[in-house]
Design a protein around this ligand. Structure first.
Ligand code: SF4
Length: 398
């Protein structure tokens, strides 16, 4: 193990575009130290706009689960109240090191693993979504500085990768995982195929690995490509979680943790609510999806970043198996493609464009970042998403 070995992706670029958008659409969490430092300031004395405004709230127990955070900044209209004239007021008054820890690091993310630390960026950032600036691999010094800050801000971060599995009951070593990842990347990076074809090849590869270990025939060979009722219920349920039409109250986010899964999936509808309109999944599938290289590339980088950053399985996402974690990524891609169509419909366009996909992926990434996948939700996902055949149907129909 070499935890000081910093791995930096070559296909992800980042540069701040200065648009201010990144300071909206998500609730900024605060560590206890952040909260003490920032909440101790009389902000209303510095700026009358804060007079009488409640700026912070304590996180509920389930919101704190597996996080270093204790509070968050309250945002009434979806934009951080400290964003003033497209600039951070905390930064302008007190300096960069006074900002919340997460804002100091944003959008850089790091994952420690047995083979070193993997860096990537959050796709909540508009600069990351549009691949603005230099490749991260050419920003090594900045990445090293950010990693040092990350270590200082989150000293207790120690993800446990000791119990990773390929699929349920199929343990694998970290070295075996890295070989599977290499195979996934060789298929994902094959630019001569469409993104959907590349993802299908990845699914086939994983299904063959599961089959070889279990000596049970994979369901992929007998797949039907029409969505069944449960597929649609799942799509609709995930859509409600990851692309909600209205901002969720914190009590609603409880369903990210435990209670939600089996209680509602079978009663779920088969529609998406988008901008206060309801669209049947079958209706969305009818809308042509453009052959647009920029959209394909944006989705590709999104998937690549989650795999490279190990943010999709094991200690990187709810302890999911590699197969279920990858199928969950397929679910995300399918939701993104269907939701972008709904956005196009809601503005009376014939098909989605890059701005629809940008808006969709940013919202997905924001919600995923706030998702707390507790043990019972993770077990439910293992049951519902381990099927290669389902993953293929989701892809084929998105
Ligand atoms: S605290 Fe500052 S940097 Fe963080 S979201 Fe608010 S305005 Fe942006």
């Amino acid at each position: 193990m070499n935890a000081n070995n910093l791995h930096i992706p070559t296909v992800i670029n980042y540069q701040c575009t200065g648009c201010g958008t990144c300071c909206g659409g998500w609730a900024v969490p605060l560590t206890p130290e952040d909260h003490k430092r920032i909440a101790d300031v009389n902000w209303w004395q510095l700026n009358p706009q804060y007079q009488g405004q409640k700026l912070f709230r304590q996180l509920k127990k389930f919101e704190q689960l597996n996080t270093p955070y204790s509070h968050k900044i309250i945002s009434d209209d979806g934009t951080c109240p400290f964003l003033v004239d497209k600039l951070c007021y905390i930064h302008s008054q007190k300096g960069a090191e006074f900002k919340p820890s997460i804002c100091q690091l944003f959008p850089y993310c790091f994952t420690d693993t047995p083979s070193g630390t993997y860096a990537t960026v959050s796709f909540v950032s508009i600069g990351a979504l549009h691949n603005a600036g230099q490749p991260l691999s050419e920003q090594k010094t900045v990445l090293e500085q950010k990693l040092a800050e990350f270590r200082r801000l989150f000293p207790d971060y120690k993800p446990d990768w000791s119990k990773i599995v390929l699929s349920a009951q199929q343990p694998i070593s970290w070295d075996e995982y890295l070989k599977h990842e290499e195979e996934l990347f060789s298929r994902l990076n094959n630019q001569s195929l469409s993104l959907k074809e590349r993802l299908q090849n990845c699914c086939d590869y994983l299904a063959a690995q599961v089959e070889a270990r279990s000596q049970v025939s994979s369901d992929a060979s007998t797949r039907r490509l029409n969505l069944n009722k449960l597929d649609k219920h799942l799509l609709s349920t995930f859509h409600k979680m990851y692309l909600p039409s209205k901002p969720q109250r914190s009590s609603e986010k409880d369903f990210h943790t435990y209670r939600f899964w089996f209680g509602t999936i079978f009663n779920a509808s088969t529609v998406f609510e988008i901008n206060n309109q309801y669209y049947a999944i079958d209706q969305l599938r009818e809308i042509p999806f453009p052959e647009n290289k920029e959209i394909d590339d944006m989705l590709y980088r999104y998937v690549f970043s989650h795999i490279f950053g190990k943010k999709y399985f094991g200690a990187g996402f709810g302890g999911l198996s590699l197969v279920t974690g990858f199928h969950h990524l397929i679910m995300i891609v399918s939701l993104a493609r269907l939701h972008a169509r709904g956005l196009a419909l809601s503005r009376q366009a014939k098909s989605p464009d890059l701005s629809d996909m940008t808006f969709t992926l940013r919202k997905l990434e924001t919600q995923l970042g706030e998702t707390k996948l507790g043990p019972s939700a993770a077990s439910s996902l293992e049951l519902l998403l381990q099927s290669s055949s389902r993953a293929q149907r989701l892809l084929a129909n998105s």
